[in-house]
Structure formats: C-alpha cells, structure tokens
Design a protein around this ligand. Sequence first.
Ligand SMILES: [Mn+2]
Length: 306
Amino acid sequence: MVAIKIEVVYLSWKLRLERKNIFANFSSRREDSYVSILGVPLDISNSHAPGTMYAPEQIRRIAESLEWYSFISERDLTEYGLYDEGDLVLYPGELTRNIELISQALSEMRSENRLPIMLGGEHTITLGAQPILGSESLLIVFDAHLDMRDEYLGSHLNHATVMRRIWEGGRSLSMAFIGTRAATPEEIQFAKKEGIEFFTSRMIWKYGSAEVTKKILKMAEEAKNVYISFDMDSVDPGFAPGVGTPEPLGLDPHTAVQMLYSFVGEKLVGMDIVEVNPLRDCGEATTALAARMIIETAIKYGISRK
Ligand SMILES: [Mn+2]
C-alpha cells in the first residue's frame, strides 16, 4: 500500500481573502487610505451562543445606511478614506493556525504603515495582534469581562483566557480595562498583583469618564504603541444586545464612543471590534454601533496622520 503524505500548505493571507460586500459601500483606493478593515469571522471557542461569524458581513451591510460625516470630528470620511480588505478565509476548527494567519496579515499591514481594524469574530482574535504590539505597548481593552482566567472549562486558549495569554506573552506591556463588571475573585487578584489597571463601569457611571480617560491617556503617553480591543459587551446590553455574553450595568454608547475616540491617535497600531453576535441583535442596534465606531475611528486616525 502506498502511504498518502498530506502536506500542509501555508498560503499568504492575501490568498486567503474573501470579498463580498465592502464596508459602507465605501471604496477608496488602498493607496489613498490609511485604514484597512479586515473581517475575521472566528467563531470556534464560544461557550454561550455561537454567531459572531456573521458579524463582519452584518456590520458592513448596516454601515451602508450610516452617513460618512462625523459630528465629533466635524469631518467627512471621504477626506481620509478607508479600504476594506475583505474577510480572512479561516482554517476550519484550527484556533492556533488562525491566530498565526491573523498575525501574518496584521504584521504585513503594519509594515505598509497601515492601521488594521479587525471585525471579529470572537475575542480570541486579539491574540493575533501580539506581534504588532511590540515592546512597551499599551493595550486598551473595552470589556465587561477581564478574560484573565488561567483556564476555562479545561481549556487554556479561548475567549475567556485570551487576555491572560496576551499578558503572559507581552514585553513590558501595560493593560487598561474599561467597563469591567464581570470577573472571578482570582482574576481580580491576578490583575491587582500584576499591576493591570481596570476601570469598572460602576466607577465610570459614578464619577464620570473624564478622570479615567486622563489616566489612560497618561499611560498612552508613556507607551510606544497603543492597541485598542473593543469587546462590544462593554456597552450595556440595553444598547448593544447582540453579543455573546451580555452583562448588565454597562457603558452607555456616548461614553464608550467618546472614550474610544480619545485614544485614537498616531500611536495606534491596531484595533479590533469583537463579540458582536448578529443572531442575538435587536433592531441592528449592536451592528450599527460597531459600524459607527469604525467611521469615527477612521476619521480621527486620518486626522492624526495628515
Ligand atoms: Mn467580554
């Protein structure tokens, strides 16, 4: 009998792209824009409700109904452009290989001096951003959860342990969590011991967001690079019900968008919006908010580069 040798072929990320709709039907030329949208429909390790794989297409589709003008920046997206790369065609069921694929895509975009914005997908995709963080970076995480467990349901690599894995792999990394309201005593203890900052949604509701924003901007000043990971469940489920694990008492959209906006600048090396689940959405509230955040980010980033 002849043994069959199976060869694993690694294709460049550019050969693993699928393009159906484009974001907001907005077509800048790649060379005329700073920002790249990349859909990463990873939906493998969810423990509650699957559906994040549908987020990139739904966010693109709802974005068509939004205006390109920003009342925060008083500028229009057409002045700065935005390029939609399409969705990564993921390896079915292979978490580690997909994280490598993401890393390859993000690293190449950074080498072209572009800002990648990933549309998740589950939160695990943030692990793919590790190589572009570099050393002495600040990772800003909007999230109801700390995702700092050492293991979850017997697994070390999933959406509930992702921040712990990134922390372990970081080089002089700082982390600031915004909107925290769901964690185990062990996670809180770990964060405090390691000097990881977390600003609870209660703290922000009680004292306002200005002080927290100032503190995080100070951290950003001291860092070389900034990366923002925006888990949509940081926003209150009343405003963003379409998420994998809704948690009450979250941020209101104005506060969330204003804080996000404050952190977008020249030092930003990447961003992701994760855990949007269109199957659980209501009136497309969650996907529309995600789309709005991308438009605001692209304009503010464009201003910082011009
Ligand atoms: Mn979360």
